[in-house]
Write a new protein. Sequence first.
Length: 252
Amino acid sequence: VALERELRQAIAEQQLALHYQPQFDCASGALVGVEALLRWRHPEHGLISPAEFIPIAEDSGLIVQLGGWVLHRACQDVMAWDRAGAPALTVAVNMSARQLREPGFIDDVMRALALSGLAPERLELELTESVLMEDVAGAVAFMQAARALGVRLSIDDFGTGYSSLAYLQNFPINQLKVDRSFVQLLPQRGETVIHAILALAHGFGLSVVAEGVEDQRQLDWLRAAGCEMVQGFLLGKPMPPQDFAARYLSPV
Ligand code: G
Ligand code: G
Ligand code: MN
Ligand code: NA
């Protein structure tokens, strides 16, 4: 309860920040997008991980406000990079189950796109398998509404939840993100699972992002296996927007 009160205050006092992790095209090595990752700069405790406060935000319903802030901020940051001469990057935002159930959420997505001017196909919403399974019918309705706007959908942490192949067939998604627990086994282990995920995804016309790439051999393996995109500490850690711009966007 104390943390909930502090979180309300954090939203009001702008202690929240988004960090951005770059995503690269595997074949060309080009920077193609970013994932937005929420951070709380607590005045006493320093940087707090979303893994710690997202569950509290979900239980209290604060996630709706918090998630809305993330969405708007992310769209605006990527458009600011556009204006600074950056290539047209995609921006991925993580979603909570609670946000999908919020009736006004899809309108907020529309608003974030309209206010920022971001093209819908450059926004990716990341949903985990557990988010999808919590309320399958509701999730499908949300996904159809999002796709109707032109927004792209990814399944995050793929392979770690209860992935039902029947659902996969019926979900209107664009992309799978292979969980880093598989990627980190490469190249000695993990190949069978990742080959299977790639075959499954490509069979359904989906692209694949490998997360958690930490060494060159993992990257080489993924490129050879036909994985479309990569993300991980080898290529770039999550960083504040000004660091991202300084590192990746050449001055105009
Ligand atoms: O960046 P880090 O490893 O600390 O992220 C921890 C977890 O928090 C990850 O599972 C990530 O998906 C989640 N997360 C990060 N930012 C957000 C956000 O804006 N909304 C939601 N719902 N989850 C987030
Ligand atoms: O659940 P999700 O995939 O959204 O979580 C993203 C989290 O993974 C972020 O907190 C980010 O800091 C972390 N992450 C990103 N790349 C790597 C990596 O190469 N290794 C490890 N261990 N964590 C990573
Ligand atoms: Mn994610
Ligand atoms: Na993940």
